[in-house]
Design a protein around this ligand. Structure first.
Ligand code: FE2
Ligand code: FE2
Length: 450
C-alpha cells in the first residue's frame, strides 16, 4: 500500500489527482494520501488530514451519505460529483472514485481517487452562463431568429419564431422552409440561404411578404448572414426576420393621405387645363405598360405612374393662352413653357416618397444626347424612369390633337422615336413600345380615342 502511494505522489501530483486510503471500520480515519489530496482537502500536512474524517472533508452531509450508500451497495463509486472544503474553506468541485477493500472481518478500507475539477467546473459554469444569456437573449427578442445548416435545415430557432407556427423551438429543428411556407416562397428563401453560403455575402434588410399559417400576409424585413466554424468553413446561416406589417400599414396610410392630396391637386389641374390633364393621364398609362413589360416591381411602377401623372403639373404656372395658342410660339413663350419642369420640381421636391419622384419629373424633357432641357443631361445621368416618361410623352403628344396641329398618328410617332433611338431616346424603351404597339395591332393601347 505504501509503495503505491509513493508512486502516486511522484507521478500524478501535477494532474491535480489526489489519492487517499481511508479506514471505514473499526474507526473512520485517513490512513494515507498523496500531497495533491492533502492540498485539495485544505490540510497543511498529512498528519492534520489523519485527524479528520471523510465526512468532515465532504462539504455536504447529504452527498456524504449518498456516497457511502452507493459504496456499500456497489462496492465502488465512480466519478461522484461533490464539493470538499479547500484550504480557503471555499468548496472545491471534485470527482471522487473509490473502491471498497475488506482486508479483515472487522475492518474496511477505501482506495480513493479525487479529481479537482474546479477549473473545469468554473469554465463550464461560465459557458453555461453565456449559453443561458444567449438563450435568454434569443427567447426575449421580438424577432424571429433562426440558425440553419448548409442544407437550409433549421438547427436552432428562438421562441418567437416557433410561436409563429404554434410549435416549440425543438420541434422546428431539422425542418426546412418548405415545411412552413408556400412552395414558391420557401424556394426563394432557400435560394437566399444558399447564395449567402456560396458567396459569403450577407443579405441585409430584404423586404418580403410571407404567408402565415393563419392565412394572413405579413410584411417582413430579413437579414441573413453566413456562420462559420473555428476553421472558417461555412456551416450554415443565421437569419433575423422582423415583422413590419404594422409599420408598413402605417406607411401605407400616410402614403394614401399624400396620394389623396395629390389627387385633389390633379383635379384642380384638370379643371383649369383639361387638355394637359388628359395628356398626363395617358402618359401615365403608356409609362405603366412599358414598366410592366420591363418587369418593374409594384413599388417602382407606382412611382413611375405617379411621376407620369404629375409630370406636366408645372404648366399650372404657364398662362392658359400660351398653352392653348394655335400659332407658333415666340422664344419667350416657349421659354415659359419650358419652365414647367422646374416649377413642378419645386412643387413636389419637399414631399417624401420612397422613389425619386421629383427628379424623374425634373428630367422628363432631357434627351440622351444632351439636347434636352433643363440641364442638358446626357446618357446615364438621366434616370431610367425619366427616359420612359420622355418616350411616353412624345408618343402621347404626337398622337394627340394640339391647338396648333392635328394628331400625327402612331406611325409618325414611332418613326420619330425609332429615328431618335439610341440618340435622344433609350433604344430598349423604344423597342419595348414598338413591341407593345405591334401586339396591339398598331393601335393606341392607352386611350380608346386614338
Ligand atoms: Fe413636359
Ligand atoms: Fe408632357
Amino acid at each position: 500500500m505504501a509503495e503505491r502511494m509513493v508512486l502516486m505522489n511522484k507521478s500524478v501530483n501535477l494532474l491535480r489527482l489526489g489519492f487517499f486510503q481511508y479506514q471505514l471500520k473499526p474507526k473512520e480515519k485517513f490512513l494515507d494520501a498523496n500531497q495533491s489530496f492533502v492540498r485539495i482537502s485544505g490540510c497543511t500536512s498529512l498528519q492534520l488530514l489523519k485527524r479528520k474524517t471523510l465526512s468532515q472533508i465532504i462539504t455536504n452531509a447529504k452527498d456524504y451519505s449518498e456516497f457511502i450508500k452507493v459504496l456499500n451497495k456497489k462496492k465502488q463509486v465512480k466519478d461522484f460529483k461533490t464539493t470538499i472544503l479547500g484550504k480557503t474553506k471555499k468548496p472545491i468541485w471534485v470527482l471522487i472514485s473509490a473502491r471498497l477493500v475488506q482486508e479483515k472481518r472487522n475492518s474496511r478500507y477505501l482506495d480513493g481517487v479525487v479529481q479537482d475539477i474546479s477549473l473545469v467546473k468554473s469554465e463550464s459554469d461560465r459557458l453555461l452562463h453565456e449559453m443561458d444569456f444567449l438563450q435568454s437573449f434569443l427567447d426575449h427578442m421580438p424577432d424571429a431568429i433562426y440558425f440553419k445548416d448548409v442544407k437550409s435545415r433549421a438547427t436552432k430557432v428562438n421562441k418567437f419564431y416557433a410561436q409563429g407556427f404554434k410549435m416549440k423551438p425543438e420541434e422546428i429543428v431539422g425542418k426546412t422552409d418548405y415545411d412552413f411556407f408556400p412552395k414558391d416562397q420557401a424556394q426563394k428563401m432557400i435560394e437566399d440561404d444558399q447564395r449567402v453560403i456560396k458567396t459569403g455575402i450577407p443579405i441585409i434588410g430584404k423586404i418580403e411578404r410571407t404567408l402565415l399559417p393563419n392565412g394572413t400576409w405579413n410584411q417582413v424585413i430579413t437579414t441573413k448572414v453566413p456562420i462559420y466554424d473555428r476553421k472558417g468553413k461555412t456551416i450554415g446561416t443565421m437569419g433575423v426576420t422582423r415583422d413590419m406589417t404594422e409599420h408598413a400599414n402605417l406607411e401605407k396610410d400616410r402614403f394614401a393621405m399624400l396620394m389623396n392630396a395629390l389627387t385633389v391637386l390633379n383635379k384642380a389641374f384638370e379643371m383649369r387645363d383639361p387638355y394637359t390633364f388628359s395628356h398626363a393621364r395617358n402618359v401615365g398609362r403608356i409609362a405603366s405598360v412599358i414598366g410592366e413589360k420591363l418587369g418593374f416591381s409594384e413599388n417602382r411602377l407606382m412611382g413611375l405612374r405617379l411621376a407620369a401623372d404629375l409630370h406636366d403639373l408645372g404648366k399650372l404656372s404657364v398662362p392658359l393662352d400660351i398653352l392653348t395658342k394655335p400659332g407658333k410660339l415666340s422664344g419667350l413663350e416657349y421659354g415659359l413653357i419650358q419652365e414647367h419642369v422646374e416649377k413642378c420640381h419645386d412643387l413636389i421636391k419637399e414631399m417624401k416618397f420612397p422613389f425619386a419622384l421629383s427628379e424623374i419629373v425634373y428630367q422628363h424633357h432631357e434627351r440622351l444626347d444632351g439636347s434636352g432641357y433643363p440641364k442638358g443631361l446626357k446618357g446615364s445621368k438621366i434616370l431610367f424612369e425619366a427616359r420612359i416618361l420622355a418616350v411616353s410623352d412624345v408618343l402621347e403628344s404626337m398622337t394627340s390633337h394640339r391647338p396648333y396641329r392635328a394628331a400625327l398618328g402612331i406611325k409618325k410617332a414611332m418613326q420619330e422615336l425609332k429615328s431618335g433611338a439610341g440618340k435622344k431616346y433609350d433604344s430598349k424603351i423604344v423597342n419595348t413600345v414598338e413591341e407593345i404597339i405591334k401586339k396591339n395591332k398598331g393601335q393606341a393601347f392607352w386611350s380608346d380615342e386614338k
